[in-house]
Design a protein around this ligand. Structure first.
Ligand SMILES: [Zn+2]
Ligand SMILES: [Zn+2]
Length: 307
């Protein structure tokens, strides 16, 4: 029963959490885009991934000067707050911030508020390119942004740091390919298929549970076919049972007693309930009341006749 409730809980959690996560407003597009950051002067290219929120890069890409936040605000490396100084006065700036401490959308919002034309979020820890998602409404994010993994991030950062002071590192953000997943496909893959699978596993589990329970019980028709006798004190002989071992009451005159194949006797209502809802064994000697041919209780007596 503990297992049963754990399954049920897992099923309901999946049923409730998956749609909430997927249908939350503002997740924006579905799919992912492989993109690049190209250093205009050298043509050196760094691979990145476009975010799932904000505007999409056009066919011409976006050209701008790279601004490393640590150059202007070393304590705001992660871009978790807007820059103190607005940066759009001298044209297009692409701001490079670091992953961590706040959400992706928050970084992009902060840099958008600071006048950035685009944002590149670099990962200082891992070499795994990811697609930036954001929960909640992101319709206020108008600039494009992308994510760049550790090695590429360090390369891009070094290129900027090695630029002679006074010069800017001009870069071009390019979207190479956009892989769009139709909404219904995403819905099916992420919500319906796990739910169907969980539902199927749950039904299978319930069926197996029922099968196990039935296997442990005696069929009602077999129990009904076991002999019954009426108890009378006047007919009591030394050694005969005087009480029902299930309810522990003494037998009274005219009590109906069921006699099991092992010859043990109980009140009819006590033993019938025991055999059909608890176990198919005699409560005293544990002898199985079902003959070997009755070992398939799922089959009806009529079907068993043909087995
Ligand atoms: Zn009884
Ligand atoms: Zn017995």
């Amino acid at each position: 029963m503990v297992q049963h409730s754990a399954w049920l809980r897992l099923f309901w959690i999946l049923l409730l959490v998956l749609p909430i996560g997927l249908l939350a407003p503002g997740n924006g597009r579905t799919g992912f885009a492989s993109a690049s950051v190209v250093v205009v002067s050298t043509n050196v290219t760094f691979e990145d991934r476009s975010a799932m929120f904000g505007s999409r890069l056009g066919d011409d890409g976006l050209v701008g000067r790279l601004l490393i936040v640590e150059d202007v605000e070393p304590d705001n490396l992660d871009g978790c707050r807007p820059l103190a100084k607005h940066v759009d006065s001298l044209g297009s700036w692409v701001v490079l911030v670091e992953r961590g401490n706040c959400g992706f959308a928050e970084k992009v919002r902060n840099m958008q508020a600071s006048g950035a034309a685009a944002v590149v979020v670099g990962d200082p820890w891992y070499d795994l390119p990811i697609t930036m998602y954001a929960s909640g409404d992101t319709s206020d994010v108008h600039i494009p942004s992308s994510f760049i993994a550790r090695t590429e991030y360090n390369g891009l950062r070094d290129a900027a740091l090695n630029t002679p002071s006074g010069d800017a590192l001009w870069i071009k953000l390019v979207c190479n390919e956009y892989y769009e997943l139709p909404f219904l496909d995403v819905l099916f893959i992420t919500i319906l298929s796990p739910m169907l699978m969980m539902g199927f596993i749950y039904v299978l589990y319930r069926l197996r549970l029922r099968q196990h329970r039935l296997r442990d019980l005696a069929p009602a028709d077999l129990v009904n076919s076991l002999p019954i006798k009426t108890f009378y004190h006047s007919k009591y002989r030394e050694g005969d049972p005087a009480e029902c071992a299930i309810c522990l009451d003494d037998f009274d005159d005219e009590d109906e007693l069921r006699i099991l194949p092992c010859k043990h006797q109980y009140h009819v209502k006590c033993i019938d309930r025991w055999l059909t809802t608890r176990k198919k064994f005699c409560p005293i000697c544990k002898q199985n009341v079902c003959p070997s041919s009755e070992s398939t209780p799922l089959l009806s007596p009529r079907l068993r006749a043909f087995v």
